[in-house]
Design a protein around this ligand. Structure first.
Ligand code: ZN
Length: 265
């Protein structure tokens, strides 16, 4: 079951709003040259990043459980979905878990505390409302939900999904819309740089950014959060990338760079 529908395209997110801070990559480099050479640089020390591997490899065996609806504030929606796969059967859930492991390792090397929403250590899920709660409870500085899309052949490239402004029931994204947009913009830039992939050619108007109001994982988040669709598993050219471990390492690198750029300002 493909994960997304190319719904409401918005042209609003092309330019992630910049903070008032000025370019500040230099101090780290300067400090690094003066600090002890043996001391690793830990630019993300003290920061918490929650990494959400989309779906779960066990979801296929638990369709009854994952189809149960949960409250996402604005609506009720399935607990979780199976995710998509390549035509050859490499599943999105296997992909998201692999990229998430690589991403965790890269972020930990930079000093971040990393929480994985799941590690295939449960039979299915977690449900989307719990995925959001895990980020909230961790007090995450940033949350990235890793996915790959299941769209038509010829639809290629990556996109970041940003939370729309929604309010209803337990959902209120007012406080996270702007920081999430900043996070998403940095993520899109860094992902393109690291992987050489282009923004999706089938939604987002070439920006690599989309905004959605129907995802429980975003609607219920109280901390900056985005989804990343790394490519289209149903397109053979994108699938060739997504199934390549070397490319997945580049993908993880791009995500880590984007999170780093966001957290380091
Ligand atoms: Zn997905």
């Amino acid at each position: 079951m493909p994960f997304t529908l190319p719904l409401a395209l918005t042209a609003c997110a092309a330019k992630a709003p910049q903070s008032s801070r000025t370019a500040d990559a230099k101090p780290t480099a300067t400090a690094a040259t003066t600090a002890s050479a043996a001391r690793p640089s830990l630019p993300l020390a003290g920061r918490t990043v929650v990494v959400d591997p989309g779906h779960n490899p066990g979801n296929f065996r638990h369709t009854k459980e994952i189809n149960k609806k949960v409250d996402i504030g604005t609506n009720r929606k399935e607990c979780d979905t199976t995710g998509t796969s390549t035509n050859a059967g490499y599943t999105e859930a296997a992909f998201t878990l692999d990229v998430s492991h690589r991403l965790r390792d890269l972020l930990e090397k930079r000093g971040a505390k990393v929480v994985l929403v799941h590690d295939a250590d449960r039979p299915y899920g977690p449900c989307i409302d719990e995925r959001a709660r895990i980020g909230n409870t961790a007090g995450a500085d940033a949350v990235v939900s890793v996915h790959a899309d299941g769209s038509a052949v010829g639809n290629r490239g990556f996109h970041v999904i940003l939370p729309a402004r929604v309010r209803g029931g337990g959902a209120d994204t007012a406080k996270i819309v702007e920081p999430s947009r900043t996070l998403g913009g940095k993520l899109a830039d860094a992902f393109a740089r690291a992987t050489g992939s282009r923004p999706a050619n089938y939604l987002g108007g070439g920006t690599g950014l989309d905004v959605r109001d129907d995802l429980g994982g975003l609607n219920l988040s109280t901390v900056p959060k985005v989804f990343l669709e790394c490519g289209n598993m149903r397109d053979p050219k994108d699938a060739a990338l997504l199934t390549d471990p070397a490319w997945r390492q580049k993908a993880a690198q791009g995500i880590a760079d984007g999170i780093g750029a966001y957290l380091e300002g």
